[in-house]
Unconditional design. Sequence first.
Lengths: 112, 115
Amino acid sequence: SQKIEQNSEALNIQEGKTATLTCNYTNYSPAYLQWYRQDPGRGPVFLLLIRENEKEKRKERLKVTFDTTLKQSLFHITASQPADSATYLCALEGTGYSTLTFGKGTMLLVSP
Amino acid sequence: DTEVTQTPKHLVMGMTNKKSLKCEQHMGHRAMYWYKQKAKKPPELMFVYSYEKLSINESVPSRFSPECPNSSLLNLHLHALQPEDSALYLCASSQEPGFGSYEQYFGPGTRLTVT
């Protein structure tokens, strides 16, 4: 069955550094991959969508890559700030492309 | 207006109560979703409405009953819930029901506690 793994439950970095979060998937080939940010007790907020034929996408300090050979997406936040502290979720189409399935998320903590 | 609103923000109900959660969007989106999220877990899809018709029910128990009165509104009727149903219930919408190809806009959620 399909499986989505985000590299770690938590990631601690210092302000100003680049945060890199990983999303790996197995047993299927999604055409789209999305990244969301979720703050405690709030709904997820959409950040970026990348298609299988796009290698990289950028939005301000955010960059997403999508390697369909490795079955992996990397999510980068450059010049990180304490306000970037949140849980980041990757999401892919489910099997049969009938649902959007979320990974468990990585909690990012940016220290001043 | 790119907002999805949900009411109430918090709800405490007994196992014999009947209550409803409400979700509203005015972005003209044609797909609306209900998700359930437990602490430290990802959102889990419950129901999908496409063009006001129920298109996906992810084997959700019948004590949860969705309703889509019109293209802007989505309700979730609750009856005879169990304590394990306590969770954050999220509503979302997207432009079209294309799942992976359209971003989803989430509401702030309703924190439900079943006693």
